[in-house]
Design a protein. Structure first.
Length: 210
């Protein structure tokens, strides 16, 4: 059975200390490991990095009220992978279609930077999640951290599956396909590393892989 880590998860001391600090500073925020969004029965899993302090950590839903969600969610809507209106709050009725979204690390990290140990600790939950997605066909990783986190939990050699924007990798495990994209972060958009058009092409490709 899939068990979502709640506030009782104390695996990462640095993230726990940051959570406690945020509970004092922002008592109305969610301030806990953010659960995945979408059904376990989905064929697509999208893996992000970690909740943003005033985004997913505030709302309790991945990418919700984060700038990265302003890029991700409209693209999913455009290609029929979501329905409803994305209003940047958890209870907006917005629904994912055949997609589940999770993060390599489920707690908000200081300065948006996760450590290798935190990725490893949270990998137990990621693996559990993947093992419980019996219809899973395609995994879209946003950024190199998510890519490497996914390869680690699947027991794949990183040197055999190099991260490259737009690359599609075939994994021996469960015939899974892995698609890479640059992360939809504000930094990547502002620096032109990723554009809205480039990300649309990624979601178009994702749909074509099903
Ligand atoms: N960025 C991510 O990678 N994940 C979130 O949930 C929010 C922002």
């Amino acid at each position: 059975m899939f068990v979502c880590p709640g506030k009782s998860c104390v695996k990462c001391s640095r993230l726990l200390a940051f959570r406690q600090q945020n509970e004092a500073a922002f008592p109305r925020y969610y301030n806990a490991p953010v659960p995945s969004f979408g059904e376990l029965s989905a064929e697509i899993l999208i893996i992000g990095l970690a909740p943003g302090l005033h985004g997913a950590n505030q709302t309790g839903r991945p990418f919700t009220n984060d700038y990265a969600g302003d890029v991700l969610y409209p693209a999913l809507l455009k290609y029929g992978l979501a329905q409803g209106q994305y209003k940047k709050i958890k209870d907006d009725g917005f629904e994912l279609l055949n997609v589940r979204i999770t993060n390599a690390v489920r707690c908000v990290p200081p300065q948006n930077k996760v450590t290798g140990e935190e990725v490893k600790n949270c990998g137990l939950y990621l693996l559990d999640e993947i093992n419980n997605m019996s219809h899973l066909k395609v995994v879209l990783t946003l950024g190199a951290v998510a890519h490497n986190a996914f390869l680690s939990v699947m027991g794949c050699q990183k040197s055999r599956f190099k991260f490259a924007h737009g690359a599609v990798h075939k994994l021996p495990q469960r015939n899974l396909l892995l698609l890479n994209s640059y992360h939809t972060s504000r930094y990547n958009i502002n620096t032109g590393v990723l554009t809205f058009e480039m990300f649309d092409k990624i979601i178009e490709k994702l749909v074509s892989l099903l």
